[in-house]
Design a protein around this ligand. Structure first.
Ligand SMILES: [Zn+2]
Length: 48
């Protein structure tokens, strides 16, 4: 299995924090925003 976490080239999705606007590349929704601390309900998936 490929280890996608932390490897931008294979990240499946971009998640945008609706609170602070931070963008996180991950194959799953982040549990918490590392910038503002918002929980996963505050993330919206963004397609390239
Ligand atoms: Zn945030």
């Amino acid at each position: 299995m490929p280890h996608l976490y932390g490897e931008k080239e294979d990240a499946a999705m971009i998640w945008v924090c609706l609170v602070c606007g931070d963008e996180i590349e991950s194959d799953e929704v982040p549990e918490v925003c590392p910038v503002c601390g918002a929980d996963s309900s505050q993330f919206e998936a963004k397609q390239d």
